[in-house]
Design a binder for this molecule. Structure first.
Ligand code: G4P
Length: 297
């Protein structure tokens, strides 16, 4: 099944970001650390031109730490880019952003010459959470539905750093269906846009291939079932997703499995590694064809 999803306000987004970026000294691109390529948008490269950029690998509390380290090394090969893994919920981690901004724009952040920064990214990567944490109070709306942040605001972070709280809303590349399935698995895509069973099977196959041990520990398997449907059925039985007659409700099982996966209950996982993207050091690229094997298309 093809996942199609067009978050609201996307039509105006390119023009809006292009106008806002003109006034900015450092761009903060928020990516999901579990899927830094699929949660990016190539357009930003074009829009920011040579402006320095901090690529925040957010939700790193949920991502595989060794894979995140590899992403940091790869992304920092891009010109004018620094990469920072963090959890936007924790102020101590986000405070490094202002220090990095000063390093990237050393002539700014002085009285009469403030350093202007803005946060951009696709829906649900944690832009509002990051803005709220940096501001030390609730400025931007945080919600469980994508594309919720729409109202422009400005925030004085102190130390002559001004944060534009119009998180630049980018959109994911839905033509790349492997990316779409990864995004849906991670929780970045609006609920109505995909089928739980379909995405649950994709995520189950991925976990069987990459994180078998985590499945064994979480669900106390002596042996992991040999196909994704069997895996979801096992998990559904364990989590009580049954219909009358004791049969597993596969859709509810998929939903429950995805909920556990997204919350990090199965363990810290990354959906993609930089080695899968041969030109990731130049820009964020399309996955190599070998990767599409976990796509149920
Ligand atoms: P957005 O502005 O980019 O659309 O994203 P937003 O900040 O609304 O965050 C989307 C979801 O991601 C929220 O969860 C938020 O709490 C969660 N989140 C943001 N940063 C992190 C992080 O570093 N680690 C983890 N684990 N989660 C993060 P929610 O369930 O939609 O809302 P809530 O119930 O947490 O308020």
């Amino acid at each position: 099944m093809t996942i199609e999803w067009y978050p609201g306000h996307m039509g105006k987004a390119k023009q809006q970001i292009s106008e806002l970026i003109r006034d900015v000294n450092v761009v903060i691109e928020v990516l999901d650390a579990r899927l830094p390529s699929s949660s990016s948008n190539r357009l930003l490269q074009e829009l920011r031109r040579s402006k320095p950029c901090i690529k925040v690998l957010n939700k790193s509390d949920l991502a595989d730490p060794s894979v995140t380290k590899a992403w940091v090394r790869t992304l920092e090969k891009q010109s004018g880019v620094r990469a920072l893994p963090l959890s936007a919920k924790h102020y101590r981690e986000t405070s490094q952003i202002t220090k990095l901004c000063k390093l990237l724009a050393p002539n700014r952040g002085k009285p009469g010459n403030s350093l202007r920064i803005m946060v951009v990214g696709i829906p649900n990567v944690g832009k509002s959470t990051l803005i709220n944490t940096l501001a030390g109070k609730s400025m931007a709306k945080v919600g469980d539905r994508p594309a919720i942040t729409t109202c422009p605001q400005r925030i004085d972070l102190g130390n002559n750093i001004i944060l534009s709280d119009t998180p630049g809303l980018l959109w994911p590349d839905m033509k790349d269906q492997t990316a779409a399935y990864r995004l849906a698995s991670s929780g970045a895509i609006g609920e109505g846009a995909f089928d739980y069973t379909d995405v649950g099977l994709f995520a189950a196959l991925f976990m069987m291939q990459r994180y078998r041990e985590l499945l064994m520990t979480r669900y106390r398997f002596t042996e992991v079932p040999d196909n994704p449907t069997g895996l979801l059925e096992h998990i559904g039985r364990r989590l009580g997703c049954l219909v009358s007659g004791g049969q597993v409700d596969l859709n509810r099982a998929a939903e429950a499995f995805l909920r556990e996966l997204r919350a990090g209950k199965i363990g810290r996982i990354s959906f993609e590694e930089p080695t899968e993207f041969p030109d990731a050091a130049d820009t964020i690229a399309s996955p190599s064809s070998a990767l599409t094997s976990t796509n149920p298309q």
